[in-house]
Design a binder for this molecule. Structure first.
Ligand code: SF4
Ligand code: SF4
Length: 178
């Protein structure tokens, strides 16, 4: 069933690889912003944006940390763009077992870009003086029924964890109490 419409803010960072010069200021800014306490240190290995670099081939690809995945890809993509051949995984945002990117160096826990929650503009964008990163926000109307999808996703993970029968028994017991 479709519900009321509601506004959702979509945040995007447009990446222009042709403008990126590989200076890594974005990595420094991101790691400093996420240091504890804030700005107390910087270490690009803790950054949620990494610049995949191959200076001899003039290849610089800023990549944002996305979702964690526990398994490696069975197949890989290989891109050639404007005559430049990019390494496998160059454009991938996942924190995965195949490579060191997007892992907290001390704990090994996955890192994920949070768009600098609470800031007007992401720090990596602010410090990219080459304008390779452009921040955009837009509003989109979405159906309220997304909440139902979220509920379904939550129920599915509970069912995976405890078993469907146990969840159904619990719900039946709760409804009898009412
Ligand atoms: S948007 Fe913020 S959290 Fe994401 S990579 Fe840029 S500086 Fe890091
Ligand atoms: S700050 Fe900008 S130009 Fe420098 S490496 Fe990052 S994306 Fe590229």
């Amino acid at each position: 069933m479709k519900g009321d419409k509601k506004k959702k803010t979509i945040k995007t960072i447009k990446i222009d690889v042709d403008k990126c010069n590989g200076c890594r200021a974005c990595e420094v800014a991101c790691s400093a912003f996420h240091a504890a306490p804030k700005y107390s240190s910087n270490n690009p290995a803790r950054s949620r944006i990494r610049v995949i670099r191959d200076p001899l081939a003039d290849i610089y690809v800023p990549v944002y940390a996305g979702e964690y995945t526990p398994s490696e890809c069975a197949g890989r993509d290989k891109y050639t763009i404007d005559g430049k051949e990019y390494d496998e995984c160059s454009f991938c945002r996942a924190s995965c077992p195949s490579r060191d990117e997007f892992k907290e160096p001390d704990s090994g826990l996955p890192l994920k870009c949070d768009m600098c929650e609470g800031e007007e503009e992401p720090l990596c964008v602010k410090w990219c003086l080459a304008d390779a990163l452009i921040y955009e926000q837009r509003e989109e109307e979405v159906e309220e029924e997304e909440k139902l999808e979220e509920l379904e996703t939550g129920m599915e993970s509970l069912a995976n964890k405890y078993g469907l029968q146990k969840i159904m028994d619990t719900v039946a017991r709760m409804s009898q109490k009412d």
